[in-house]
Design a protein around this ligand. Structure first.
Ligand SMILES: Cc1cc2nc3c(=O)[nH]c(=O)nc-3n(C[C@H](O)[C@H](O)[C@H](O)COP(=O)(O)O)c2cc1C
Length: 160
């Protein structure tokens, strides 16, 4: 295989950018992730690929659930802080206020224009990321007009 072609082709996959969280209280963590998509209408399933060696992976496994916080094109600065290790202080992670989701307790950010909570149904451990497939069990919308941030709208790369 031509490794450069593989890298370029994989980077042409179109992804969003999200803040995914898991855990409660002082154990709550959240990271910026891009490998996430819907996987079924009924039941409503999504799948997320999460780095095996990160704290988020451990938190999702322990809680059996995670939250997905949508972000708008105006929130690049916010997402960027979640590419660094999560620092939880009281009801903030990396300086952003959150509250526990009503269904799973996973962190929901006050600034997210929309969010949903996911209960893990399956997980596949293979490679340097695990794939978690889960059911959307709760959702909320604060700003239905927000334009969601896409990875290709940013200077960032993840993939290849
Ligand atoms: C543009 C971009 C996209 C990312 N997408 C993912 C992803 O899909 N899955 C993932 O596990 N990590 C992803 N990361 C990495 C996490 O954000 C990063 O590993 C984490 O915030 C570091 O925290 P930790 O060291 O405490 O694990 C991405 C990073 C960047 C810069």
């Amino acid at each position: 295989m031509d490794k450069e072609a593989k890298k370029i082709a994989l980077r042409m996959l179109v992804h969003g950018v999200y803040i995914v969280g898991a855990g409660e209280g002082e154990d709550a963590v959240a990271n910026g992730i891009t490998w996430l998509t819907q996987a079924s209408f009924e039941p409503p399933l999504v799948m997320a690929a999460i780095r095996v060696d990160g704290r988020l992976h451990e938190a999702v496994q322990k809680a059996g659930a995670f939250s997905v916080n949508l972000v708008s094109v105006e929130q690049q600065e916010m997402v960027q802080t979640f590419f660094k290790p999560a620092e939880t202080r009281g009801d903030t992670i990396n300086g952003y206020a959150f509250e526990p989701g009503p269904a799973t307790g996973s962190p929901i950010f006050a600034d997210a224009p929309a969010w949903f909570e996911v209960r893990v149904r399956h997980s596949f451990h293979s490679g340097d990321h695990s794939v978690f497939v889960g059911e959307v069990v709760e959702a909320g919308v604060r700003d239905a007009e927000a334009k969601p941030l896409a990875l290709h709208d940013t200077p960032w790369q993840y993939g290849g």
